[in-house]
Design a protein around this ligand. Structure first.
Ligand SMILES: [Zn+2]
Length: 497
């Protein structure tokens, strides 16, 4: 009886299928292309790639059987790669605009930026971004744009009054950031705000909320101060242990902001999965050449414990760029920055952050200010090269924007981060891995991303040069393929009205 019921059901399903109007699958075929993908040590020439409904169906040298209506691309002389993943971005922050500037003219600049931002990432071949802590409205605004990279986001676990909330007026801090962790060890200087329930501000409660939001990761901030800031509160060892246990229980990747040697040591001891910055603040070990023994020992520890590492070299470079007279004249800026915002950067008001940084350094001239940042940045470059030489896989993360500097711009900084890795002496195939499969694996996304393989999401790039041989490949992107849709690069450039 049961068996016959099942077969009647099956017949019915087949009949319904047959009656349903046929929806043709969206097919794309790329023919005779050279595939450059991290699972192959060498480029694979004369490959035919079939893409259906946004996923790769097959990759091989045999001819492809596609529907008659399929889009076909002649791939001869071109290189097909996975789309780039940038695993350290902040889509809610507008480069160069002050936090909380509440004026309609600024709002209109911010709106123009928000419209262009995802297109700028795509323009530079970035088809996946990982946002390290923004509000849900900011993430929704990014995804509301008609063309945007696939967006992933880590939830923040911030200690009461700690970085980055130190930049928010204490009067509104808890409204802006209601999900802080209360640290009993800091109670004397940072007591629980009046009326707050300590049971709602434990690592477990905050991390449960992040897990419920569907985020793949949690970001913590190990920062006791920079520039003029000092003595910012940190989580105690006990609290960090609870954060680690709760993230493990929920299967969340634990990412830590830390860029100074003492802070990174705390991160390593807390057994984080990823350190979201390069090591450039060497404190008492500072040196203008090589890697001092104490720094080298720490980097070997990172390698031994298999901790993911984002060099984020653009953080210091983007501060130096505030003081470089041709930064805003760079033709690449016009491609990614909306025209009104670019014009505003040139005005005295648009230079506010440069003025503030200069004052903080005791008013040096431009060249001296730029030099100061480049010296610190060069330590981060040497640390990344040292790690690479140990055989440590690096992660591409640009930290765009890392501060309110116009020196960071979406997409262009992902490219400039890769260029700085090359300038540090890191070979191009390693940079390619950092930009593709390493990021996908580290954040548990390699089922869908990171290589040109059957079954993966068709976020791909068609390049006119081989990225394993020249950095120029990343500036000569012919087309961007986003979930199987083919986009011409120039169509993504910022409008020049
Ligand atoms: Zn960041």
């Amino acid at each position: 009886m049961k068996g016959s019921q099942r077969s009647i059901g099956a017949y019915l399903a087949i009949a319904l299928l047959w009656l349903a109007p046929a929806v043709p699958a969206e097919e794309l075929v790329i023919e005779q292309v050279t595939v450059v993908s991290p699972q192959h040590p060498k480029p694979q020439p004369r490959q035919n790639v079939l893409i259906r409904d946004g996923r790769i169906v097959s990759v091989g040298s045999q001819p492809v059987k596609a529907a008659s209506g399929a889009t076909r691309i002649d791939g001869r002389g071109k290189f097909l790669t996975p789309g780039i993943m940038d695993s350290h971005v902040h889509v809610g922050d507008v480069p160069g605009l002050a936090l909380g500037q509440n004026d309609p003219a600024m709002q209109s600049l911010a709106d123009a930026y928000i419209r262009q931002q995802p297109r700028s990432y795509l323009y530079h071949g970035v088809t996946q971004v990982l946002n390290l802590a923004s509000g849900p409205e900011q993430l929704a605004a990014f995804e509301a744009q008609p063309q945007h990279p696939d967006l992933f986001s880590c939830g923040p676990v911030i200690v009461l009054d700690g970085y980055p909330t130190v930049f928010i007026d204490p009067a509104v801090r808890y409204q802006v950031m209601p999900d802080y962790v209360y640290e009993p060890a800091n109670a004397a200087a940072h007591p629980l705000p009046k009326g707050a329930d300590p049971a709602q501000h434990t690592p477990e409660v905050i991390i449960d909320k992040i897990a419920a939001s569907g985020a793949p990761c949690v970001k913590i901030f190990i920062e006791d101060g920079f520039a003029e800031g000092t003595g910012w509160p940190l989580m105690s060892k006990e609290t960090l242990q609870r954060v680690r246990a709760a993230t493990r229980k929920r299967g969340l990747t634990l990412v830590a902001h830390a860029n100074a040697i003492d802070m990174q040591r705390i991160a390593v001891e807390a057994q984080v999965d990823v350190i979201a910055h390069g090591l450039w603040n060497w404190n008492e070990y500072s040196s203008d050449e090589g890697v001092p023994p104490a720094i080298a020992a720490h980097l070997r520890d990172i390698h031994a414990k298999k901790i993911g590492y984002q060099p984020t070299m653009r953080v210091l470079a983007a501060l130096a760029d505030l003081f470089r007279e041709d930064t805003l004249k760079d033709p690449a800026y016009a491609k990614v920055v909306p025209a009104p915002l670019l014009q505003w950067y040139e005005t005295p008001a648009g230079q506010w952050f440069k003025d503030e940084m200069r004052k903080g350094m005791g008013n040096p001239p431009d060249m001296k200010a730029m030099h100061n940042y480049l010296v610190v940045g060069s330590r981060g470059m040497r640390a990344a090269k040292y790690l690479h030489d140990l055989g440590h896989p690096l992660l591409l993360g640009s930290d765009t924007p890392s501060a309110p500097t116009f020196g960071n711009q979406p997409g262009y900084d992902t490219y400039r981060e890769m260029r700085m890795m090359a300038q540090s002496g890191i070979p191009l195939p390693t940079i390619f891995q950092a930009a593709t499969i390493n990021n996908a694996r580290q954040f548990g996304l390699d089922k869908d991303y990171g290589s040109v393989e059957a079954g993966k999401i068709a976020n791909l790039l068609l390049l006119t040069a081989n990225p394993l041989e020249t950095m120029r490949a990343w500036t000569s992107i012919d087309r961007i393929i986003l979930r199987g849709a083919v986009i011409k690069r120039e169509s993504l450039a910022a409008p020049r009205e």
